[in-house]
Ligand binder design. Structure first.
Ligand code: HEC
Ligand code: HEC
Length: 342
């Protein structure tokens, strides 16, 4: 569990230098043993766009998985000794509670083009991996090049090539595409495999209608629109709460943050970009009666008649919580194919 606030603010404070790379540059001929990997997705998930220069392979995913769980990526600097999995733990939907900015989970990010709470990295998964590897972790490639195992693993995945940052990023991006969560109780309901309890069903109706109005930003099936919104957590904004504004400089973006997926949300406490809420009950209270006005408040947060409060009754709140709990995907957090290979 991460406890050092300096480490955790590091991502937020990292310089806004563009992570540039020419992905085709160090493409080697595919290794002879490359096995294409077919990513399964339910029919109600959007089609997946995979960059032509980073096709999914069994070998590439295996390499990305190993890198993700290996502290070898951080041989020096402020993150020394940590692996990605130190802060992104499978049993918690690849997040971890902490005292600084909330750790975003790694769930269905193959469908996102906006990354980090303030969206300072946009593009493919390869682009956010470039940020993670070259700016956040500042990976020392020579450690991988001189390693007894990694040169072979890179050869398996990418052919006869020198280990480069681009290839580390490609392997990690393939691994992230593999992190699909689509077997929650809610998915079983959508696939007509189970019935909801009355409370779960009523909670879904609160969520999916104007009563709770959650679906506008947390819609089916990803349970996020992967866009930025100010949901009225504050009326005045310290730098840590300015969010998207720090990237765009547009006052309309003050206090706007990436809407996180609500898949596995019961596992990812504390909540919001700064972890200000410990429980889902507190989150529901925020939407129900805690929304603060400000000029950049998302218009969706203002209900017909200029109300910024939902005014749910206790039963509706309990139902909404029951529905949120149906979004937990036990098979995702226990799948041994997603666990540490070590
Ligand atoms: C010290 C803890 C820590 C470690 C180690 C760590 N992360 Fe993170 N990660 C975070 C935090 C905190 C955030 C949210 C930060 C933000 O948005 O500014 C985050 C966000 C992300 C995101 C964005 C998710 C989204 O929805 O936009 C990705 C992708 C990511 N991390 C990948 C990685 C990878 C890959 C590694 C290993 C190379 C890694 N992380 C290691 C703490 C960590
Ligand atoms: C206008 C868009 C919008 C609407 C409407 C909305 N949300 Fe959110 N939701 C967000 C954003 C953006 C965040 C992150 C805000 C932040 O951290 O500053 C968020 C965060 C959350 C979180 C915390 C997730 C985490 O991992 O930290 C929960 C839970 C949540 N919303 C549930 C709901 C529910 C339930 C409703 C309906 C009552 C709802 N949301 C309506 C955009 C929205």
């Amino acid at each position: 569990m991460m406890r050092d606030p300096d480490l955790l603010t590091f991502t937020l404070l990292a310089l806004l230098t563009a992570c540039r790379h020419d992905r085709a540059e160090d493409l080697g001929p595919a290794g002879p043993s490359v096995t294409p990997y077919e990513l399964g997705r339910p029919y109600y998930f959007p089609e997946l766009q995979i960059p032509a220069d980073d096709p999914l392979t069994v070998e590439g995913i295996a390499l990305g998985r190993r890198l993700y769980y290996d502290p070898i990526l951080s041989t020096g600097g402020p993150l020394a000794g940590l692996s990605c999995s130190s802060c992104h733990n499978q049993s918690l939907s690849f997040s971890v509670p902490n005292n600084g900015p909330s750790v975003l989970p790694h769930v269905n990010l193959a469908w996102s083009r906006n990354f980090l709470w303030n969206g300072k990295v946009q593009g493919d998964l390869e682009d956010i991996m470039c940020f993670e590897v070259e700016e956040f972790f500042q990976v020392d490639l020579n450690v991988l090049r001189n390693h007894p195992v990694y040169p072979d693993r890179f050869r398996d995945a990418f052919g006869e090539v020198e280990i480069t940052g681009t290839l580390v990023e490609k392997a990690l991006a393939q691994w992230f595409r593999r992190l699909v969560s689509s077997n929650s109780r809610f998915d079983s309901y959508l696939r007509h495999e189970i019935e909801f309890t009355t409370s779960e069903f009523n909670g879904m109706m609160v969520f999916m209608t104007e009563t709770g109005d959650c679906f506008h930003c947390h819609g089916i099936p990803l349970m996020t629109d992967n866009a930025f919104h100010n949901i009225g957590l504050d009326s005045a904004f310290t730098p840590a709460d300015q969010g998207r504004y720090l990237v765009t400089g547009d006052p309309a973006d003050l206090g706007a943050f990436k809407a996180p997926t609500l898949r596995n949300v019961a596992l990812t406490a504390p909540y919001m970009h700064d972890g200000r809420f410990q429980t889902l009950e507190e989150v529901v209270e925020h939407y129900d009666s805690g929304v603060n006005p400000s000029p950049s408040l998302d218009p969706i947060m203002t209900k017909p008649g200029q109300q910024i409060h939902l005014g749910l009754n206790p039963m509706q709140k309990a139902d909404l919580l029951a529905f949120l709990h149906t979004l937990t995907d036990d098979s995702f957090i226990t799948d041994t194919a997603l666990a540490s290979p070590f």
